[in-house]
Write a protein that binds this ligand. Structure first.
Ligand SMILES: Nc1nc2c(ncn2[C@@H]2O[C@H](COP(=O)(O)OP(=O)(O)OP(=O)(O)O)[C@@H](O)[C@H]2O)c(=O)[nH]1
Ligand SMILES: [Mg+2]
Length: 361
C-alpha cells in the first residue's frame, strides 16, 4: 500500500469511529441532566406532552405555575404544551402563555359533544340532583361546569386531535407549585420501565360525591371479566368486606399512558359508567374513575409513585422526606398536609409493592 493510500485508509477509519461515537452519544438516554444540557435533553425525549385544561381567566394561575414547571423541569427537555378549553382561548391568553415557555404550545377547543349533557341523561333530574347536592354541601355538587370537567377528564381528553400521536401526557393545573428539581425525564422513565400510570398523592375521596360509583364498577367487573387483570391492584381500593375504601390517585397530577385511556377496555368502562348517568346525577370525579380503572386493569409494576416530584395542589403536598431527594427540593416534608408517604392509602400501595417484591425473591 502506498503511503498516501495508507493515510487515506486511516483517515476514513478515524471518520467512521467519530461518526459511530457521535451516534452513540446522541442516542444515549439521559438519566441525569444537570444544567441546561440541550443535547442530553433532546437525546432522551419520549413522546410526551404537557396537558393543561383551563379557562381564560386562569392566566394568573399559569403565570404562577409555568415558570416553576419550566425552571424545575421543562427548560431542559422542551416538551410541548397542549392547552384545552371548552371555549376558545383569547388572543391575549395565547400571547401571554407563549411568553412563559420556549416550547411549542398548541391551543385547542373541546368539541361540544364532549362538554355537554348526553341525550340519555335526564336534564331535569340532573338539575334537581345538583340542587340537592348544593343544599347538602357536596363539594362542587352544584356546579354543572365541574361535572362537565370531570366527565371530559374521564372520557374524552385523550381523544382530542391535538393529542394525536402522543404516547404519554403530564397533566398540570394552574395554581400548582413545583418544589423540586427534576433532573431526569419522567416520560422516558415511564417508557423505559413500561409504566402506565404515575402519581404523587393518593388519598380518600368524598363518599357523598360517588354514592353508586363502586357498586356500578363492581357490576361492570362482573359483566366484563376480560377487563380485569388477574394481577390487578384492586387491593388499593377494596376493603376486606368488599366495600370501597375511597382511596384514589389524585388526578390533578398524572403522568400516564394515553393509549391506556384510548384502549377498548377503558372505552367499555367509561361508556358503562356514562350510561348510568352518575357524572350528572351524582358528582363522579375523574380521579376515582381513573383510579378504579387503573386498579382493575394495571399490575403494581405498571404504576409509579413519583416520590421525588415536589408538588403542591391546595391543600396537599407531595414533598419527599428522603434526605437524598430533599437536597433538590424547597419544601417541608414534615408539614402536616404532606401526603408523600404517610397516608393510609399510600400504605396500601406499598403493601402491594411489598407482596410483589417478596414474590420475586
Ligand atoms: N376550560 C375549563 N377548564 C376547567 C373548568 N373547570 C375546571 N377546569 C380546569 O380543570 C382542572 C380541574 O379543575 P379545578 O377547579 O382545579 O378542580 P379541582 O382540582 O378538583 O378543585 P380545586 O381544589 O378547586 O383545584 C383545572 O385545570 C381547571 O383549570 C371549566 O369549566 N372550563
Ligand atoms: Mg385543581
Amino acid at each position: 500500500m502506498t503511503y498516501s493510500r495508507r493515510v487515506l485508509t486511516y483517515a476514513a477509519l478515524a471518520v467512521a469511529l467519530l461518526v459511530a461515537f457521535l451516534v452513540l452519544l446522541v442516542n444515549r438516554e439521559p438519566t441525569r441532566c444537570y444544567g441546561n444540557s440541550r443535547r442530553e435533553a433532546f437525546s432522551g425525549r419520549a413522546n410526551g406532552v404537557i396537558l393543561i385544561l383551563c379557562r381564560n381567566k386562569e392566566l394568573d394561575g399559569l403565570r404562577k405555575t409555568m415558570p416553576q414547571f419550566e425552571f424545575r423541569f421543562n427548560h431542559r427537555y422542551h416538551y410541548p404544551y397542549v392547552f384545552l378549553n371548552d371555549e376558545p382561548f383569547t388572543e391575549h391568553f395565547q400571547t401571554e402563555v407563549r411568553k412563559l415557555t420556549n416550547s411549542v404550545v398548541s391551543f385547542g377547543t373541546i368539541p361540544k359533544e364532549h362538554w355537554s349533557i348526553p341525550d340519555f341523561v335526564d336534564k331535569n333530574l340532573a338539575e334537581e340532583k345538583r340542587n340537592n347536592m348544593k343544599r347538602d354541601g357536596v363539594m362542587y355538587g352544584g356546579s354543572l361546569s365541574y361535572q362537565h370537567m370531570c366527565r371530559f377528564n374521564s372520557g374524552f381528553f385523550f381523544l382530542h386531535p391535538l393529542l394525536d400521536g402522543f404516547e404519554y401526557y403530564w397533566r398540570v393545573e394552574p395554581y400548582t407549585d413545583w418544589m423540586c428539581d427534576i433532573e431526569y425525564d419522567p416520560f422516558a422513565f415511564m417508557k423505559r420501565n413500561k409504566k402506565k400510570y404515575g402519581f404523587t398523592v393518593v388519598l380518600y375521596e368524598n363518599q357523598d360525591t360517588i354514592p353508586t360509583l363502586w357498586d356500578t364498577t363492581k357490576q361492570f367487573m362482573r359483566e366484563h371479566k376480560e377487563v380485569v387483570n388477574p394481577d390487578n391492584t384492586l387491593h388499593l381500593v377494596e376493603s376486606a368486606d368488599g366495600s370501597y375504601n375511597l382511596c384514589h390517585y389524585w388526578s390533578n397530577f398524572e403522568i400516564a399512558s394515553l393509549d391506556m385511556w384510548r384502549s377498548p377496555e377503558y372505552k367499555k368502562y367509561f361508556d358503562y359508567l356514562d350510561r348510568k348517568g352518575g357524572f350528572f346525577y351524582e358528582r363522579w370525579g375523574d380521579a376515582p374513575v381513573h383510579s378504579l380503572f387503573a386498579s382493575m386493569y394495571l399490575s403494581i409494576d405498571e404504576l409509579h409513585h413519583f416520590e421525588d416530584i415536589g408538588y403542591f395542589h391546595s391543600p396537599y403536598y407531595n414533598c419527599p422526606a428522603n434526605p437524598a431527594l430533599q437536597l433538590r427540593c424547597e419544601c417541608d416534608p414534615t408539614h402536616k398536609l404532606n401526603f408523600a408517604s404517610n397516608h393510609k392509602c399510600f400504605q396500601k400501595f406499598r403493601e402491594m409493592q411489598y407482596v410483589k417484591y417478596k414474590g420475586q425473591e
